[in-house]
Structure formats: C-alpha cells, structure tokens
Design a binder for this molecule. Structure first.
Ligand SMILES: Cc1ncc(COP(=O)(O)O)c(C=O)c1O
Length: 237
C-alpha cells in the first residue's frame, strides 16, 4: 500500500489541476485573436461577472506581484502613500515592485493577528498630513485576505476598514492570492467579501488553487525566490 504524503511547505509547490491542463490542451486547437480579442477572454470576463454579480474589468497577469502592482498603480500616484499591514506581502516581499510601479510609499501599520485595525488606521490617516506639500498623500489601502499568516478578516472587519479608508478619500485594494480559501472558510460570497464590503480592486490568485502560468524563479539571482501565481487584477469601479 502506498502511503499518502501531504506537503505543507506552501500551496505554491503544488502541481497543476488536471482539469486545467485538459482545458489548455483543448483551447490550443484552431486559431484565436491576440491581445484579449478572443472568445476565451470574453468568456472569462463574463464568468467573473457572474461569480462577482456585477460588471467588472479583468486583467490577467503572470504573477501575484504583477497583479498587485497593476492594481495599486491604478490607485496611487508617485507622491502618494499606500497603507497596509506591516507584514503584508506587498511590504515584505515582491522586491519593491509595488513601490517601483506606483512610485508611492508603503506605510506599514501594526495590528494583532497580522490584521489591520480600524482604530489604528484612523489614527494613522488623521496624522498623515493631508494637504501638507512635504508629506506623501494617502491614496490607497491594501488588505491581504487571507493574511500571509493564514488569519482571516471577517466581512464586517473588511467593511469597517474600508469605511475608514473611504472617509479619508482612499481607495481599497485586496490582495487575494488565496481568495478562494477565504471565501470557503468564511462561507460568504465573493461579492460580499469584496465590492459589497467596499473593495475597489482585487488581485485574485489562481496558482495556489492549481492553475498554471509564468513561473518567476531565479535561484541564482534571488536565492529563495519562489513560484509565481497566475493571477488576475479585477477592477470593480
Ligand atoms: C499574499 C500573497 N500576495 C502576493 C503573492 C505574490 O505572488 P507571486 O509570487 O506570484 O508574485 C503571494 C505569493 O506567495 C502571496 O502569498
């Protein structure tokens, strides 16, 4: 009898789901227009619209870092500030890509359970010096759901954070590298956890759920750099 082996290193190490490999083979017959002008892309956008229960814009990118950078670049300017938890993936990893592509400063805030707290966000934004030409200006809030440490914001906690953000004129990005896990764990709908709770843009990861795409790995140049997601940036507004 062969023993079943579980590998808990990271969901990045898993293989590709057979259904996805079959779909790729099936899609690779015949011809299709490039640059998103093809039936697969139209079907993808329609399907995401159904899942999220509203019209939206979808931008497929190769990695989670790419999705976060594209999303944040749409929300923040070079003289801006992006607020996030101090342990957020955009702040700790991603080789400075969000700063590079936005030009904005990341402001990491503390918070128990690796989660942002509305009162701490309120205080930070009140002291941010809006209008002061010598200070970076608050543009965006980043929420990682689930967090890098596997903790979860409830839908109510997300709404409380986005309402503070909104009051201070910020737009909200959710890093959902493991979005599906959060939806399953909370038992809510994708819509409830995002735009209905005040999220403007979502990075939705798929590699960690068995998808396949570009692999950003260069052990020689960046020892320890791990696999990339196939990810989409979804704009609700
Ligand atoms: C929470 C979170 N966001 C973003 C990423 C970045 O994904 P990628 O490695 O595909 O750039 C990861 C990767 O593990 C992640 O865990």
């Amino acid at each position: 009898m062969t023993e079943k082996v579980f590998d808990f290193r990271s969901d990045n190490v898993g293989g590709v789901a057979p259904e996805i490999l079959d779909a790729i083979v099936a899609a690779s017959t015949g011809t299709a227009a490039p640059y998103g002008d093809d039936e697969f892309t139209r079907r993808m956008v329609r399907r995401f619209g159904e899942v999220f229960e509203r019209p939206l814009q979808v931008f497929p990118v190769a990695t989670g870092t790419g999705a976060n950078s594209v999303a944040l670049a749409a929300l923040a300017n070079p003289y801006g500030a992006i607020y996030c938890h101090e342990t957020a993936h955009i702040n700790v990893y991603e080789c400075g890509a969000p700063e590079f592509f936005t030009g904005a400063k990341l402001v990491g805030l503390p918070g128990g359970d690796f989660k942002l707290e509305p009162a701490a966000l309120e205080e930070a934004l009140s002291l941010a010096g809006r209008g002061n030409p010598t200070r970076v200006q608050p543009f965006a809030l980043n929420i990682t759901q689930p967090t890098d440490f596997g903790t979860l914001y409830t839908v109510e906690e997300i709404a409380a954070l986005t309402s503070v953000a909104r009051r201070h004129g910020l737009r909200v990005h959710m890093d959902g590298a493991r979005f599906a896990n959060a939806v399953a764990a909370l038992g809510c709908t994708p819509a409830e956890m995002t735009w209905r709770a005040g999220v403007d843009v979502l990075s939705l990861g798929a590699t960690k759920n068995g998808a396949v795409n570009a692999e950003a790995r260069s052990r020689r140049a960046f020892p320890g750099t791990t696999a990339g997601c196939s990810t989409v940036a979804i704009f609700f507004r």
